[in-house]
Design a protein around this ligand. Structure first.
Ligand SMILES: [Zn+2]
Ligand SMILES: [Zn+2]
Length: 283
């Protein structure tokens, strides 16, 4: 980063020797003039480093999901198949209105699955229209269409789904999605397992009363051990200086500590009994 510059000799841009350098690239350290300075996520880079996948990791992440179907698209696809089935049933039984309504909804579903943008609004319109149109005949049960409406609103707002439709998303939202999916997910798993493991001895007490404890104990203790192992591995991975940074130190630590606490609780509650089992009968 720093170079020994004799007094009077000012650093010059690595690419434009005529221009004075005002900054250095945060990856390779080369001097940059104003023209060359490229900002990526609040850091300065030279043009070459700025396009590297690990530097502009959010852009790499975005391109990986761009136009790719997400869980929401597959859910809509599955419901569309069901709607076609319902439409056929309705048409066969002579209910033309319901049959055509189901077919129209299925059409929106197909368009959504294919990534046609108008179908995003269509997805919201279908349950809303279904509710309004069936309310006179069905009465209060028509309110059940609120459930698909809420699902549709969630899919509509989902960052991942917007990437499937090739819509631009703000960097902040992209970062949140990246954080959820890519940033040391092992640490999150360790924490959930740790929380789960901590309740296990208490839960086992109930099963113990039911007489099924000995069979399941090893599995339950295994959850605690897994939380400890995953927590330790995730903790070792944490590296805020890496490019992209690897975080979630506290979640990894949490998983590790909760797993250890669970093991201690197991020992306290069942240690004597386990010794008894090992030395005597195994049932
Ligand atoms: Zn550079
Ligand atoms: Zn330059």
């Amino acid at each position: 980063m720093s170079a020994d510059v004799s007094p009077g000799a000012l650093p010059r841009c690595a690419l434009h020797p005529d221009a004075l350098a005002g900054a250095t690239c945060q990856r390779c350290g080369s001097f940059l003039c104003t023209t060359c300075t490229t900002w990526v996520m609040g850091r300065m880079y030279c043009p070459t480093c700025a396009v590297r996948p690990e530097v502009d990791y959010l852009e790499t992440f975005r391109l990986g999901l761009w136009g790719r179907r997400d869980a929401g698209a597959w859910l809509v696809g599955g419901v569309t198949v069901l709607l076609v089935g319902l439409a056929l049933l309705a048409l066969v039984s002579g209910d033309l209105g319901a049959g055509l309504a189901c077919l129209a909804s299925a059409g929106v579903g197909v368009a959504f699955f294919l990534g046609l943008r108008w179908a995003r609004l269509g997805l919201l319109a279908v349950p809303l229209l279904a509710m309004l149109l069936t309310a006179p005949s069905l009465g209060p049960p028509a309110l059940l269409f609120f459930i698909p409406l809420i699902v549709a609103v969630n899919i509509f707002r989902d960052t991942r789904n917007r990437l499937f439709f090739r819509l631009d998303v703000p960097e902040r939202e992209l970062h949140l999605l990246w954080d959820r999916r890519i940033n040391n997910p092992l640490a999150r798993h360790a924490l959930s397992l740790g929380v789960f493991a901590l309740f296990m001895p208490v839960f086992a007490q109930m099963l113990f009363i039911l007489g099924v404890l000995p069979v399941l104990t090893f599995g339950f203790v295994g959850v605690a051990v897994l939380a400890v192992v995953l927590g330790a591995v995730a903790l070792r991975r944490v590296d805020p200086q890496a490019q992209p940074p690897i975080g979630r130190r506290w979640e990894a630590l949490g998983g590790l500590c909760l797993g250890l606490a669970s093991l201690a609780l197991w020992g306290l509650l069942y240690g004597p009994h386990a010794l008894e089992l090992l030395s005597g009968q195994v049932d």
